[in-house]
Design a protein around this ligand. Structure first.
Ligand code: ATP
Ligand code: MG
Length: 338
């Protein structure tokens, strides 16, 4: 987890940053000036060329594509009208603000397989030319990166150094924390200063970074609300953010299983948006299956997609409204039906 400091990184820093030209001071003699000018021109040209080939923290590599994100949310993300709207507004507003007062902090909550990781991927794909492969996109999974809660002080130190190092290299960095429900609350409190309204901390400004937390915490409340709407014969599109937002932040704050448990992130209002993901219904499973067929270069087959959806497990047991694993297992399930 330690930021690398290899000769390759130094070369990269020289080429990607202004360090190369700033390091060369013009000398008073004409000859020296000529040499410096030639060298500077060479480095500048080389940097222009290398910026083209190697990812740098420059607009050639980091440019927000609003139209792309809007189209992706509309055509690729199914059944999440609330999340789509919030994500587009939040990311668009933030990326178009040259002087944000704090980093963008989103917390995505919902049942398994409803699209939390998928959304973070769509955001990254429309910010970084390299998408989730970008060196400015960082994903942490609690059980993988921070497996032993007894060592949280050590993780906290490492995590702070890692974030600081990466934001120093590129202020437009994105950090995704998966499985927040399994994360030690002390760890989250440790990164709290980065999410706050500070102009800079030890000379580093975190204001242009994006932090996204993903968890299942609060998903029971979301399911309850969705089921209430379903039972009263209202469409799911009638569910509004206000039906869920405060309910969600309260549930997450009080959920002892959640990494947010009584953390100052919530008291201090450092999370800009709590984004609820609704549980998916059979119609959405059909859409996910059709999308999977398309991505494999197959001709979408509606009847087969309906069969896949029909065979899944739904809950609650009597009503059978919501898919127990969402769209998560579709990819492997489809192989079985082909
Ligand atoms: N709402 C959705 N619309 C379209 N595809 C979806 C949706 N939800 C999930 N998928 C598909 O299912 C896959 C798995 O979903 P994802 O990893 O985003 O679930 P998750 O919400 O993070 O679940 P978990 O809580 O188990 O981590 C995605 O890569 C995507 O292909
Ligand atoms: Mg996930």
């Amino acid at each position: 987890m330690r930021p690398t400091r290899s000769p390759v990184l130094l070369l990269w820093l020289l080429l990607c940053s202004g360090a190369g030209t700033e390091a060369i001071e013009p000398v008073s003699t004409t000859i020296a000036f000529g040499v410096v000018a030639t060298l500077t021109a060479f480095i500048t040209n080389y940097r222009t060329i290398s910026n083209y080939y190697y990812e740098c923290c420059h607009p050639e590599w980091i440019v927000f594509n609003r139209t792309g994100l809007e189209a992706d949310l509309r055509s690729k993300l199914f059944g999440q009208h609330i999340a789509s709207r919030i994500i587009l507004k939040a990311v668009d507003g933030f990326m178009n603000n040259d002087n944000p007062k704090k980093p963008l902090v989103l917390s995505l909550h919902g049942w398994t397989g409803t699209g939390k990781n998928f959304i973070s991927k769509l955001i990254a794909n429309n910010i970084y030319k390299e998408g989730t492969k970008s060196s400015f996109f960082h994903l942490f999974a609690s059980t993988y990166h921070f497996p032993h809660s007894s060592q949280y002080e050590h993780y906290k130190y490492q995590l702070k150094q890692w974030i600081k190092g990466n934001v120093t290299i590129c202020e437009r960095s994105m950090f995704v924390f998966d499985e927040m429900d399994k994360m030690h609350p002390g760890l989250i409190d440790g990164i709290k200063p980065f999410l706050d309204y500070y102009e800079n901390l030890d000379g580093v400004s975190y204001r242009k970074a994006i932090f996204i937390f993903l968890s299942n915490a609060g998903s029971d409340k979301i399911v309850e609300t969705a089921l209430d709407f379903w039972n009263s014969a209202k469409t799911r599109e009638e569910i509004q953010l206000r039906d869920l937002e405060s309910l969600l932040s309260r549930a997450v704050f009080n959920d002892q299983q959640s990494g947010f448990y009584r953390t100052s992130l919530i008291d201090k209002n450092l999370v800009d948006f709590f984004v609820p993901l609704l549980p998916l219904e059979s119609q959405h499973i059909v859409l996910c299956t059709m999308a999977e067929m398309k991505s494999r270069g197959m001709k979408p087959n509606q009847r087969l997609a309906e069969k896949v959806a029909k065979d899944l497990i739904y809950f609650p047991k009597t009503e059978r409204v919501f898919a127990a694993t969402g769209c998560k297992t579709i990819e492997s399930k489809l192989d079985y039906y082909l």
